[in-house]
Design a protein. Sequence first.
Lengths: 165, 551
Amino acid sequence: MSTLIKLTDAGFQAAEDLFIDVADEDAIPDGPVILSLTRFQAEGDALVTAGRSVGVRIAADEAVEDLAYDLPRLALVAVVFPKFRDGRAFTTASLLRQRLAFGGEVRAVGDVLREQAMFMVRCGFDAFAPSDGATVEDWARAAGRFRHVYQRAADGRAPAFEERG
Amino acid sequence: MYLYDQIDREFLADRAAEFRGQVARRLAGELTEDQFKPLRLMNGLYLQLHAYMLRVAVPYGSLKPDQFRAFAHIARTWDKGYGHFTTRQNIQFNWVRLGDTPDILDHLAGVDLHAIQTSGNCIRNVTSDPYAGATAQEVDDPRVWSEVIRQWSTLHPEFSFLPRKFKFAVTAADADRTAARAHDVGLKVQRGPDGDLGFEVMVGGGQGRTPYLAPTIKPHLPASRLISYLEAVLRVYNRHGRRDNIYKARIKILVASLGAEEFARQVEEEWLKIGTAADLPDTELARIRGSFTAVNFDTLPPRSDAFEAAKTGHPAFARFVRNNVKAHKQPGYAIVEISLKAPGATPGDASAEQMDVVADLAERYGLSDIRVTHEQNLVLPHVALNDIEAVWRGLDAVGLATPNISLISDIIACPGLDYCALANARAIPVAQSIAERFADPDRAENVGELKVKISGCINACGHHHVGHIGVLGVDKKGEEFYQLSLGGSGAEDASLASILGPALPADKVADAVDRMVEAYLAIRQDGERFLDTFRRTGMTPFKEAVYVDAH
């Protein structure tokens, strides 16, 4: 099983991944599942109504706003980085937190590298499935590299201009 | 000038430490070149034809003497004794070794400099007016807003992995020295109908293989709403800019395919949703603004007898003044341009010795302020008229008194095939051959303002699309050829150049330019620059002059 790192009030921690990421062509197994947006729109309602724990996988070219009314029923949203340099996932996560006020888990999946840890945390990701073999310690070190930041972002961290104030 | 505080300094120290770790992992073999490449690019480190090249940011082209001396030190210690100033107002060191780069970044951080976001698909160093704070033309100091954008864009969490690189220009004067419409975003600071400060926002300009001039998408954005509006622009681009084709990924392609109106509508819609939460508080704006106002000008008479006498006494000094010295807003002061286009030199290059001398002169006579222009020259923005002769002598002693600003030998050229892995043809020798052809300063002055811009490939780093005469190096079956174009401008009268005709071999380029200049001199009307004559007559007389032998 690949590493899952979660950001909690106690910092970064290794976590067991309870969810099964279901490909569109596979049958939906028992237990908590992550479905694609299309699959969720077709079959998700029944699962959620049955009390299942469901997450949705958002591809880089999908509009997260389409999920707005379902968000309160979702356990997590997995945002896909098809390549690390495809930055659309950062906007998706920012919108989830800042515009859609999603309070559940926002998980980074796909080409997830430690060099982007800080950007991810700042945009509101709080769960990470690194593809570069990064350990919890690697991840925490990369995410905490900078003592200061310059912008307001989804993480609520005080930017330089507030520190100065 | 903006001074870094402890927060800015700790940020740079953290960045340098991060890169040191990454280089160590690369040298130890823990990272492959493929894995390392995006990391080094985030720190301005390119692998060129012969060596690594480090591109160091000069935020909005503004430097202090100790920072300039740091460039000299780097050139001397870790490079071959010189540096190359670029059309982005940055400096490049062309011969660094990978293992030395962490020490170089540490040295830069020691004087508040860095290489952050000088490459990669992120928001690059902001270009601004090299005359900022010195020209009477401006309605506000564009450096204030450039610094606001620098801070906001530094490691921006959402906009550091854009479809493609992203460049800002900020100007506050009607005379545009930033090529604002040739940028992804051009901002012109202006007063609105009610006298309120704001910006004309131009989006979607750029050069490269599909040049566009940026259309205005917001005629007047209130100054206090700058950051939220930029977030909206960047968000629309980050979501909808193309990522399937590197040549169609710049924002200019998105703006052109949607149309400026529809793009503006999408930005407006997003901007309304963002609201004011992203905007910078007035207190921080005031803090930044405050750091740009404290220039200790002496109260001087508007006329200096010593200066006038020196001009009368030395024709060479008078020529320097005619071409390189510009009007200052403060009585008794002037703006002095330093040409990095001496005959035979590589455009934009400066040696360590030259950099040290410029730093000394700036400290002694220039209120410790140095600027880099996007035309690859330097500027001492605040020199008292009484001191200009001494500055000229100091510059002349190290070959920096070339009196050719905006003349035909003041050529922009990219590094070309002499350095660059992307180039199809050399640019520097072509620039040198044209400059040599017009080495007679009387003739060059008679020709007047004529901007020649040379790119060694279609990526257009030498800005050939906005040259009065543009030169583009192309590869024809393994041979270097040059395509000439006419009528471009990167200034307030921005336009894109049109192709003159079939490409020419390298040894015919200076001839062709010479013939076009002679044609211009024969038909120009009173006060017309080359560009004005071209705009009046069109291509025909120039085409005939160049291709007459072909008939």
